[in-house]
Design a protein around this ligand. Structure first.
Ligand code: PEP
Ligand code: MG
Length: 314
């Protein structure tokens, strides 16, 4: 089986019947050239926090530009999705500290920091745009922690003003998933962050290791929000990706595709097994598996139903 996985696991992501599902990489602090050497169709999530964390001051525009340009060059003509700074909560920044918050996960984090420090995002968008100009790279930008269509419109305005053509937002707050159609009217694409979407849907802090069952990405409530988002993408013919941990589980990846997701972003080691699982199932088979998962009462039931119906090779 291992040999078979390796043999079929090269090239772009496709279902058995040839439907494209882009297989993308989640990238952070690693070496850009090493990241670019992976067999993937681009970057689905560049966590730009790596540039900002553990420092007393904001990285200069020049420093940001150089870092983005280096990564863009490493990916050649493959698209790179850059997430703007996701400060706050589990990613605290010394120079953007918003003071003590009783519930940091519900506080000023991600795009919300723009209210307090608008220039921070403007400088980052300008540095990204400059790196796009210098490299000619295909770059998409997206904002974290968007809750409303108004916030999505605000971000899209800022990004387009900076000269960036392809603009999206993350869907990681249940309110955003529920209004995914209205959000997609404002932007070109969305990417679902299942790590935070789990935390906010199940009201379970992702920083606690005492709540693994609630944070299980097979929770049907989470999958129904993915379904809401995927259906909105299909209706409006706009791209819907997943860049949270759920995308790295080959069996769950089939369910996500069946719910209308058309790109999956993960860390490099997960790519071959997900590619292999996709190649063993048609799009209709993925839809059938998704129907089983969303009809389940709990994560164990969902996992068992999908495992029983999927190809035994996955
Ligand atoms: C997520 O929330 O699923 C996500 C991809 O972003 P992060 O894990 O960086 O918050
Ligand atoms: Mg997140």
């Amino acid at each position: 089986l291992r040999r078979k996985v390796l043999e079929t696991s090269v090239g772009p992501g496709r279902t058995e019947d040839g439907h494209s599902v882009k297989l993308l990489l989640n990238v952070g602090a690693e070496d850009p050239d090493a990241a670019g050497a992976h067999d993937c169709e681009g970057v689905g999530l560049l966590r730009t926090e790596f540039l900002f964390l553990d420092r007393e001051t904001e990285p200069t525009p020049e420093e940001q530009y150089e870092s983005y340009a280096r990564l863009f060059r490493a990916f050649g003509d493959r698209a790179v999705t850059v997430r703007t700074l996701d400060a706050g909560s589990d990613k605290p920044l010394a120079f953007a500290d918003q003071g003590e918050e009783p519930n940091p996960a519900l506080g000023v984090r991600g795009f919300r920091i723009t209210r307090a420090m608008p220039r921070l995002l403007e400088r980052q968008l300008a540095a990204i745009a400059r790196a796009v100009d210098a490299t000619g790279a295909r770059v998409r930008v997206m904002a974290p922690m968007i809750a409303t269509p108004a916030e999505a419109a605000e971000f899209a305005g800022l990004a387009r003003e900076a000269g960036l053509a392809e603009v999206g937002v993350m869907i990681e707050v249940p309110a955003a998933a529920l209004l995914a159609d209205r959000i997609l009217e404002q932007v070109d694409f969305v990417s679902i962050g299942t790590n935070d979407l789990s935390q906010y849907t199940l009201a379970a802090d992702r920083m606690l290791d005492t709540l693994p069952g609630l944070l299980d990405p097979w929770q049907p409530a989470l999958l129904r929000l993915v379904q809401e988002t995927g259906s909105a993408g299909e209706r409006l013919s706009k791209a819907v990706g997943v860049c949270g941990e759920a995308a790295a589980d080959p069996l769950l990846a089939l369910v996500l595709v069946g719910l209308g997701v058309n790109s999956l972003s993960m860390s490099a080691p997960a790519l071959p097994a997900v590619r292999y699982a996709l190649a063993r199932h048609s799009l209709q088979a993925c839809r059938d598996l998704a129907a089983l998962a969303v009809a389940s009462a709990g994560p164990e039931e969902a996992r068992a139903a999908v495992r029983a119906a999927a190809s035994p090779e996955v």
